[in-house]
Design a protein around this ligand. Structure first.
Ligand code: NAP
Length: 244
């Protein structure tokens, strides 16, 4: 059976991706940093689809933890075919008040983690006989294009992730495809802090008229997993908020 590893799959988009991969016939390595119970729920949802799940606590911003995560998944299932670098954190602070340590932390979790996990997974992806070829999908953001003054480190991290995506796509072709999704506003814990006024303002800028569901992003990740001639690409999933 093909195997997928989804970082940050205890909640939100990552949990939806894990469940979508299970529905599509994949065993899934579920990862979390602190939300143990939520990760167990994701694993239960995977098993409800008749697929295997293993749950691994790891802070993917740490290279040793990332390697341990990959090793644990391969030990459980014997192979690894797809990686989704989804784990991410956000913080709303203007530059004047932004601590350099917080800047680094957001970069570590949102960018370095993708490098860490992809690097650790590389020998296993190269060994995969997946058809279409094995793949890595990085979860970026619409803010990679627009910037965001109140979260310069977050927007910067998501922009960097797109460059990492293209660099790895060139590096690993033709054996492994590397793509990104760039979600707009999605209904998860990350966007739960909006006031009704902020929400109304944001919704007015989304032609489709609603925040995306985590499943909408999972659908795009599944497409990229199966798109054999697509690599180095970013799929924008934002309800028309940004048309490029
Ligand atoms: P979320 O609901 O806050 O979930 C974040 C996930 O990342 C959780 O599973 C969390 O694990 C995990 N995580 C955080 N730091 C981690 C670390 N150091 N190591 C391992 N796991 C870690 O966020 P979300 O909205 O689903 O976001 C998922 C991805 O989509 C992120 O990369 C985010 O930037 C991106 N995105 C989201 C939106 C949006 O509107 N929601 C828009 C564009 C892009 P724990 O539960 O254990 O903390």
């Amino acid at each position: 059976m093909p195997v997928a590893l989804v970082t940050g799959s205890s909640r939100g988009i990552g949990a939806a991706v894990a469940e979508r991969f299970a529905a599509d016939g994949f065993d899934v390595v579920v990862n979390y940093r602190t939300s143990e119970d939520a990760a167990a729920e994701t694993a239960a949802a995977v098993r409800d689809h008749g697929r295997g799940a293993t749950v691994v606590q790891a802070d993917v911003s740490d290279p040793d933890d990332a390697a341990r995560l990959v090793d644990a998944g391969v030990e459980e299932f014997g192979r690894l075919d797809h990686v989704v670098n989804n784990a991410g954190i956000d913080q709303h602070v203007y530059t004047e008040d932004l601590d350099p340590g917080d800047f680094d932390r957001v970069m570590d979790v949102n960018v370095n983690s993708a490098f860490n996990v992809t690097k650790a997974a590389l020998p296993h992806l190269r060994a995969s006989d997946a058809d279409p070829t094995p793949s890595v999908t990085n979860v970026s953001s619409i803010l990679a294009y627009t910037g965001a003054p109140i979260e310069v480190h977050y927007a910067g991290s998501k922009g960097a992730l797109l460059s990492v995506t293209k660099s790895h796509a060139r590096d690993f072709a033709p054996d492994i495809r590397v793509n990104a999704v760039a979600p707009g506003h999605v209904e998860t814990d990350m966007t739960a802090d909006r006031s009704p006024e902020e929400r109304e303002e944001e919704l007015a800028g989304i032609p489709m008229g609603y925040y995306g569901r985590p499943e909408d992003i999972a659908e795009a990740v599944a497409y990229l997993r199966d798109a054999r001639f697509v690599t180095g690409e970013t799929l924008n999933v934002n309800g028309g908020e940004l048309m490029r």
